[in-house]
Design a protein around this ligand. Structure first.
Ligand SMILES: *Cc1c(COP(=O)(O)O)cnc(C)c1O
Length: 377
């Protein structure tokens, strides 16, 4: 096997992959309608449920060919009964994306906004549920990847269920990293894509959720042809295949990534991401960077650092200096504050972060940013 140049991706996905996962894509050409391919898909779908400790009788996974946003699109447009409303608990960019999906489909919705650096207020959530008995679907994001804040999904889910609504959670940036227990966490549907926690490639996304609710949704209004949850589920049930062409090579890579996931183990993998996250925070602290999210609210996977008040600060130049040396850093996603992000996803460990900070410090020096970095107030 040729060794491939190893880049350390500190962006919020796609993440750094192992060479064995990269090479798993190189397979003899196959038509995905062959039985051989179908049987691979069956095992894959069960594994995706097991990662969130779901009982495979009660929960299933439904695959789509697309990036992670396709899951948000699918859940919003497929799981809303006629004449009912969606509520989105929104404290960041990814929940805002769900609001935009509702706008595009013309779905009646409540955009329940909270500040991006704050945990949603449970009393406000409960009041809104109480005052709007037509809310049938509630959606939020687990780790708001725009900032790295962790939303208390278990508590929110309990409340949502008390008011008889279905709870969908965007777990794209926690799935297969931070342990999730679909049933205990009160989740009806969660979602992810192969290029994040699983450390595989872009092109395969999936919704893991409650079979009974999917079956009930058979009669709900059909608002999309390609992105309907029931249609895709039903086709799987009848044929064991995806309705339309699957991302064949990404599926082979993901099967290898799953082997590596079970081999590393849920707890050990989470411990590794935590180690990486602590190394990132230590490095940022040492250079004097401020972060957006309070330590106790961080999901442990994304650090959002505030741009220093230094006339020499130049994100693009700093990015390019690091990029040329194999490290990718990423801009923030908050409209009111200028930030950049360093993420703990991918097949990386503490030593990679220590190497990164040597390069990052040199990058700051190369543009003459004062160290420790300075803030105006
Ligand atoms: C990455 C991510 C997505 C998907 O984004 P794509 O650009 O479509 O891959 C969705 N939700 C969250 C929380 C994410 O982190």
């Amino acid at each position: 096997m040729l060794s491939i140049k190893r880049n350390i991706l500190l962006n919020p996905g796609p993440s750094t992959t192992t060479d064995t996962v990269k090479y798993a894509q190189v397979v003899p050409d196959i038509c995905p309608r062959e039985k051989e391919f179908g049987s691979l898909m069956e095992g894959l779908r069960k594994d995706l449920v097991k990662i969130v400790h779901g009982d495979t009788q009660k929960y299933t996974s439904v695959l789509f060919c697309g990036s992670g946003t396709i899951n948000i699109d699918v859940c919003m447009n497929s799981l809303l009964p006629e004449g009912k409303k969606v509520m989105i608990i929104n404290n960041g960019a990814y929940s805002t994306r769900a609001v935009e999906v509702c706008q595009y489909y013309g779905l009646p919705h409540i955009d329940l906004r909270f500040p991006v650096d704050q945990i949603p207020d449970m009393t406000v959530i409960e009041e809104t549920l109480k005052n709007n008995p037509d809310i049938a679907l509630v959606h939020t994001t687990h780790n708001e990847t725009g900032t790295g804040i962790l939303n208390p999904i278990r508590k929110i889910g309990a409340l949502v269920h008390r008011y008889g609504a279905v709870f969908t959670v965007d777990t794209t940036s926690t799935y297969a990293m931070r342990p999730i227990h679909i049933e205990e966490d009160n989740i009806d549907f969660c979602m992810a894509s192969a290029q994040k926690g699983l450390m595989s490639f872009t092109g395969l996304s999936f919704v893991v959720g409650n079979r009974k609710i999917i079956e009930e949704s058979a009669d709900y209004p059909k608002r999309s042809y390609y992105c309907n949850l029931f249609l895709q589920y039903d086709y799987f049930q009848k044929t064991g295949e995806m309705h339309f062409t699957p991302p064949v090579q990404t599926i082979y890579a993901t099967l290898q990534a799953l082997k590596e996931y079970w081999h590393e183990g849920e707890q050990a993998k989470w411990a590794r991401h935590t180690r990486v996250f602590h190394a990132i925070n230590d490095g940022l602290d040492e250079l004097g960077f401020r972060q957006v999210i309070k330590p106790q609210w961080r999901a442990g996977l994304v650090s959002s650092a505030v741009y220093p008040d230094d006339p020499n600060w130049d994100f693009d130049k700093i990015h390019d200096y690091c990029y040329e040396r194999g490290f990718t850093i990423y801009p923030g996603k908050i409209s009111t504050t200028n930030t950049f992000r360093l993420c703990a996803l991918g097949a990386i460990d503490k030593a990679d972060i220590e190497e990164f900070f040597k390069v990052f410090k040199k990058a700051l020096q190369s543009v003459h940013v004062a160290i420790p970095v300075r803030y105006g107030d």
